[in-house]
Design a protein around this ligand. Structure first.
Ligand code: SF4
Ligand code: SF4
Length: 444
């Protein structure tokens, strides 16, 4: 049986540019910039100040609120400042600037090994929370929140998301190939924490070698009720709801019905998140580094880099070298990545890729010709043309009527539109306008 979901499309993936390159260690810069907002939810509050000495792995930002995650120093050194600095969101965000002393002196307890079998569910959850782990597939939702569903939402299955459906990105692929045992151990801890019976490691059929390695690892670790599922390669297979549909055939209720994977008994975590969870629980390692794919037609030596959080994008581009001057820098993949306007933006927890491009295939937007190509590819079964037209005419109620909130911003519609309409930007605009209207109505 072919595991897939309705809608979506095939995109040339370009993964051959980096998938077989051995992972490189990114240079650790003299100055790191640690944003206090690297996750969905409330930003952290700085708990260090100028001139403070910090050690590697030391918390420098404290979580504020339940949906929040602390941030840690990726180096040892001295805090030079706590000030607004360029951020992947496009603006500036309060950040802790740390001068690296080059010694990597560890903070108390960091790296201490513990047998996870001796820890209770609550102790593991506390470790994940303290380590500042968020969804590393790009969603950056604090992991401890997802790991602690309400009692009336029993979880029977954990799906590990190794689809990596975005073209050009291969950091998840390399993690599945190179760090398989710890990733699978982390997935098993997730299963223990949420109390699920079944564990499914899911990937796409353009990564059958990764599927085979994971299958073998499940056997070597002797995990019962665990298996690998290989879904058809199709964008956006890595969307949580698309993956659940493909692997289990279950439909997650739409956002307008406030539906989440836990409503159908499922928790989904990205492969990198599972790896980080294992490091936090078994080795007391906070999230201070991640794998980042550096690629694009402007990059001379594309590859995957193990990168300290807070490393400016410029440092990675210098190391990979430029074959041409980039006109566009994207953080994330080509479909859902966000454009940034300066290479001084630091790598943060959600940075899966850095794309340096000399050109972007964008034509002049024209009137909609009602060809319905966008409707055919929408994986959420929306009518993107209606959303595009509603946003263009600032008819926010109409956009709401056409369920703009259900859009997962996958970019399929804009990719196929022969009229080059900027549908995703228009949708984001409509969502932002509706958020404002609702906040005003609620008196915020
Ligand atoms: S793909 Fe573009 S031109 Fe075709 S219906 Fe959708 S918005 Fe209109
Ligand atoms: S961006 Fe939104 S509207 Fe467009 S195809 Fe994806 S889910 Fe559908």
């Amino acid at each position: 049986m072919v595991l897939t979901f309705p809608g979506g499309m095939h995109v040339p993936d370009g993964k051959e540019l980096t998938k077989d390159e051995p992972v490189r260690r990114a240079p650790v810069p003299e100055m790191v910039v640690v944003p206090l907002s690297q996750h969905i939810g409330a930003p952290c509050e700085a708990i260090v100040k100028k001139k403070d000495e910090v050690r590697m792995g030391q918390p420098v930002g404290e979580a504020k609120g339940f949906v929040s995650a602390p941030v840690h120093s990726p180096v040892s050194g001295v805090v030079k400042d706590v000030k607004a600095a360029p951020h992947h969101s496009g603006g500036k965000v309060l950040s802790v600037i740390i001068e690296n002393d080059g010694r990597d002196v560890l903070f108390d307890g960091v790296g201490e090994e513990t047998d996870p079998a001796r820890l209770s569910r609550e102790e593991m959850l506390a470790r994940v929370k303290a380590a500042g782990i968020v969804g590393l597939g790009g969603a950056t939702f604090p992991a401890h929140v997802k790991l602690d569903p309400p009692k009336d939402k029993p979880i029977d299955t954990v799906i590990v998301n190794g689809a990596e459906c975005e073209p050009l990105l291969t950091c998840d692929y390399r993690l599945m190939m190179d760090r398989t045992a710890d990733m699978v151990r982390g997935a098993d801890l997730v299963r223990r924490i949420v109390g699920a019976k079944t564990l499914i490691l899911a990937t796409e059929d353009n990564k059958t070698d990764a599927a085979a390695v994971m299958e073998r690892t499940i056997g070597e670790l002797g995990l019962a009720d665990a298996r690998v599922a290989v879904a058809k390669t199709k964008y956006p297979q890595g969307g949580e709801k698309q993956l659940i549909k493909a692997v289990l055939g279950r439909e997650v209720p739409t956002p307008r019905k406030r539906g989440l994977p836990m409503d159908v008994g499922v928790v989904v975590h990205n492969v990198g998140t599972c790896y980080a969870i294992y490091q936090a629980v078994a080795r007391n390692l906070p999230l201070i580094e991640r794998l980042v794919t550096v690629v694009g037609d402007a990059v001379a030596r594309p590859g995957n880099y193990l990168t300290r959080i807070g490393t400016p994008v410029r440092v990675l581009l210098d190391d990979a070298g430029l074959a041409a001057a980039p006109s566009t820098l994207l953080l994330g993949g080509p479909m859902m990545g966000m454009a940034v306007y300066t290479p001084e933006v630091p790598v943060s927890k959600g940075t899966s890729g850095i794309l340096a491009l000399t050109r972007v295939a964008e034509g002049e937007p024209r009137d909609c010709i009602r060809c319905a190509s966008c409707v055919e590819v929408c994986p959420v079964r929306l009518t993107p043309l209606d959303l595009s037209l509603a946003s263009e005419s600032r008819s926010w109620e109409t956009a709401e009527h056409y369920h703009v909130d259900d859009c997962i911003e996958c970019g399929c519609c804009a990719f196929v539109c022969p009229a080059h309409r900027p549908i995703v930007q228009q949708i984001r605009h409509a969502k932002a306008a509706l958020r404002k209207i609702r906040a005003a109505q609620a008196g915020h």
